[in-house]
Design a protein around this ligand. Structure first.
Ligand code: FES
Length: 172
């Protein structure tokens, strides 16, 4: 095995065998290895919750990309988390339709209930709050995603129903 192959193998070992197998399955569907970049990042994030620098390097080596190239993909695609996040990520839409529908007040209410601002995670690690561009449900604004769930027509009642429990949990 060449020195280059050994280095590549070492870096790939930052990923689990399961992750590598899933990434390799994606590679079968793309003409170039870099074409699987987003799927590879998603695979690792699904297992670990976020993509660390070490994992990013492992993926980059496996896809024969530079760290910088893959970092560019990860940064451009705003659903890849490069820092640890809570058990559930709240993707809060602050684009124009949601803004016109009063999303600023809703966001303030959520921030007050959870005690976090954009980019922060609750002390019990339950939620991370992040802004996101349009979620494609403008006709049902204001809108947010909580994990995989789309929440539409958000109002104070929904905020209380969704996060009242979180507050009690944090206070316990
Ligand atoms: S602007 Fe919020 S979903 Fe489109």
């Amino acid at each position: 095995m060449s020195k280059k192959q050994i280095i590549q193998s070492d870096m790939s070992s930052l990923l689990s065998a399961e992750e590598i197998a899933e990434i390799d399955a994606e590679l079968a569907h793309v003409p170039y290895k870099s074409g699987a970049a987003i799927d590879a990042l998603k695979i690792v994030q699904a297992k670990r919750g976020w993509v660390s620098d070490e994992c990013l390097r492992g993926i980059a080596r496996h896809l024969e990309m530079s760290d910088e190239e893959l970092e560019g993909v990860a940064t451009f695609y705003n659903l890849i988390y490069r820092r640890p996040v809570g058990e559930k990520v709240i993707l809060f839409c602050d684009s124009v339709s949601c803004w016109i529908s009063g999303c600023d007040d809703i966001k303030t209410a959520i921030s007050q209930r959870l005690g976090i601002d954009y980019g922060e995670t609750t002390s019990d690690n339950s939620y991370t709050l992040l802004p996101v561009p349009c979620l494609g449900a403008c006709d049902r604004a204001p809108v947010m995603m909580i994990g995989d769930e789309l929440v539409t027509h958000i109002d104070d009642e929904k905020v209380t129903a969704l996060f009242g429990k979180a507050i009690r949990r944090a206070e316990e």
